[in-house]
Design a protein around this ligand. Sequence first.
Ligand code: GLY
Length: 416
Amino acid sequence: MKVLIYGGGAREHAIAWKISQSPLLTKLYLAKPNDGFSNLGEEIEFSGFVDLANKSKQEGIELLIVGSEDPLVNGIVDEFKKLDISVIGPGKDWAMLEGSKAFAKKFMKDNDIPTGEYLTINNKSEIDEVLNQFSIPVVVKADGLAAGKGVFIAQSKDDAKRTIEEFLDGKFGEASKNIVVEEFLEGDEVSLISLWDGETLLPMIPARDYKRLLEDDQGPNTGGMGAYCPVDLKKEEQTEINEYINKLEAALKRENADFAGVIYSGLILTKDGIKVLEYNMRFGDPETQPLLMHLDSDLLVLFVKAAKKQLKDVKINWKNDMTLCVVVAADGYPFSPKKGGYIDNVRQIQLKYGVQVFYAGVKQEGSKLIANGGRVLSICKNGQYPHQDVYKAAEELEYMHKYYRKDIASKVGERV
Ligand code: GLY
């Protein structure tokens, strides 16, 4: 089977790495990979989604896997569907579950899916009346995609008002012309990534990511500084998650969500039970890196079954123990990450510590890789206690601007 993967982060590297192990694969193609994993397939150059779909058809590509949200919201899937190429990912219509917070909230409320209370604002004259209905802290979200920067937790009404005004004034362009104001929820977060085939929702094991830049969950939000799986849930939490999955599956069927893809539920375990914080319509980054290392089943087979509406009765197999992933970012991330700096000894640390490295912000310069800002790479390992090897590898990684958190999954086994 000829397969195309779209995207160039560590998540897409992990997908390409896992798909490459499938006996079903005859040839892998990559659209916009980074230079750290472009050797895993043949790169396709293209000028837009229509061009990419046409070239894919000519090459005989049978399946497209889309890594990130922007191409989904911008309609890549719709172009491939027109040419009868199977896709893992929704069309523009259902990409809205991630592309519009207001759409997602309405979907949850309409389908009795537990989530925080919310109201929407698209005019400054509504701000005071809306804010009066919430206590502090209160969450302000830009409705559309804002590269993970469109969520603000306000500690006073004045802060909330100022933020809403900035958003409505176009801080994120069209994405912040509509605002969701939401009840603040407290609890541990769990990322639950599921496969969906249009009829059956098949959950993977729960994962946890660490969004804050600094240890002890301090500092600004980032794209994610590390992750691990599985998350050890209490029995009653697992029961609630099972009930939630049934409810979401019924809701998707009722609303005729006819696509094959990945649905990421960002859950929070509150004292009143589990609630949904957000939906993403793709794999999470960095959760995908440990999840796919922990996966013992053939990912391509799972995708093919999803594309053929055959997920019913599928059982996913997982490795034992846990899988840990630590993200190495560039100093200055997330606001002004330093660019440049050779990444010298990845092969050596992989061999010495048995870790797997997935590349993100890197590019080739001559015969070497250099960092290209942001999150640079992920270091992952499966095992009973992989922390020591992952952290030794991070410590010995030769890259002058490296920054990483040293407390990822440090309390696994304890409820944090
Ligand atoms: N880890 C969160 C995300 O992928 O959006």
